[in-house]
Design a protein. Structure first.
Length: 129
């Protein structure tokens, strides 16, 4: 397994953990009936931490498909290099650091970490050139 694929696998776990944390926070506030039901009625607000967990989960779900596609494309093209390894590393570690920064409500640094993680995707794409 390449380093990039290992980071992809680790990122899958990270995404799953984020989604589960957001779901647990929503269930804690909204209840098991809401979780098990069709969710047709407007949902109760989650509060600051639950809302941040939900938004962080949505955010990772927006970038993860791009990361996965970049890693898989680089793998299929046999374009692994220091750029693709650095990019996969930046994405994973950036996303890992991003979650607590978001949950704690730390501005600016969180945005900088998001940019670092996103730059990782572009490094992987640069390895294809």
């Amino acid at each position: 397994m390449t380093v990039e694929l290992a980071y992809l696998a680790a990122s899958i776990v990270l995404v799953f953990v984020q989604v589960m944390l957001a779901a647990a926070a929503a269930t804690r506030v909204r209840g098991r009936d809401w979780n098990a039901g069709p969710r047709d009625a407007p949902a109760a607000p989650l509060g600051p931490v639950g809302g941040r967990l939900e938004r962080a989960a949505r955010n990772v779900l927006e970038t993860f498909p791009l990361f996965a596609a970049a890693v898989l494309t680089a793998h299929a093209a046999d374009a692994q290099s220091w750029l693709s390894v650095a990019g996969a590393s930046l994405y994973f570690w950036g996303r890992l650091v991003y979650l607590p920064l978001y949950v704690l409500g730390i501005p600016y640094i969180r945005s900088l970490v998001w940019m670092v993680a996103t730059a990782g995707i572009f490094l992987i794409l640069a390895a294809l050139i």
